[in-house]
Design a binder for this molecule. Structure first.
Ligand code: SAM
Length: 243
């Protein structure tokens, strides 16, 4: 097992779904104006309830994207007790939140990130930003980045010990496209390798698909308030027939 310190983050990781956050802030402002306008006629507290509800949701969202997902993924990766020589792949790695946490747990291994770098999905998203973060975190020697669509990975069959994906697969349009990405994740996993997908939606379908194509130990669970999306984990069996 790799012994690794948990120093603070030195990279800069942006926020997920920045336009959704901007819309939320707009709605809070709108509800606030409406509440102030109607407060005298409808009582003092009731008009402000939507403002409170939306503000709590926005606070949870921000906490999750800026801090919670890092804490939860660090724990998930620690629980794997990596040796340090693994080949790890992050599908839709963005600015490297999970990719670089994984890289910090490697010594001779390699962390590979694949992305199309959409700034609609993560603010300031670019290959260059991720590379800068890898340098800032001191793991650039263990990190490789590919600009590629996760539905058609330019990677060999059976080549990764661990494939992770965080908040990314739901961005693919259409159920068939998302299923393709899950198939690709399984294709590049080596027999015995582990798959971990955290996503805001679609995780039930991923779990059903994984079981249908012969993955074992398929489990779907919630990750708690710090990172409020479900996680699906599965293992590629040694005797899995090729699709
Ligand atoms: C919300 S961000 C999450 C990034 C990172 N996994 C994290 O947790 O910080 C979603 C990422 O998925 C990427 N993405 C969306 N569609 C993709 C596709 N078809 N292939 C590869 N990456 C994709 C986006 O560019 C973006 O970086």
């Amino acid at each position: 097992m790799v012994a690794h310190a948990q120093p603070g983050r030195r990279g800069s990781y942006g926020v997920d779904a920045p336009y959704a956050l901007a819309f939320l802030v707009f709605m809070i402002a709108l509800e606030l104006v409406l509440a102030v306008a109607t407060a005298t006629t409808s009582g003092l507290v009731r008009p402000f309830l939507p403002v409170l509800f939306l503000s709590a949701f926005a606070a949870l969202f921000l906490h999750s994207t800026l801090r919670g997902k890092f804490l939860v993924w660090a724990e998930l990766l620690d629980d794997l007790h990596l040796r340090g020589d693994e080949q790890v792949l992050d599908l839709g790695c963005g600015r490297g939140a999970v990719l670089l946490l994984a890289a910090r747990r490697l010594t001779t291994g390699r962390a590979v990130g694949v992305d199309v770098w959409r700034s609609f999905d993560q603010s300031g998203n670019s290959e260059e930003a991720t590379r800068r973060n890898a340098v800032a975190e001191g793991v650039a020697d263990r990190v490789q980045l590919h600009t590629a669509d996760m539905t058609a990975l330019p990677l060999q069959d059976d080549s990764f010990d661990l494939v992770v994906s965080s908040l990314a697969i739901h961005n693919i349009r259409g159920r068939a496209g998302r299923a393709k990405a899950v198939n690709e994740a399984v294709r590049v996993l080596r027999p015995g390798g582990r798959l971990m997908i955290a996503d805001v939606r679609g995780t039930r379908s991923y779990a059903v698909q994984l079981a249908e194509i012969g993955m074992v130990d398929v489990v779907r669970k919630r990750l708690g308030w710090r990172f409020w999306c479900p996680l699906v984990t599965a293992t590629k069996p040694h005797d899995r027939p090729r699709p």
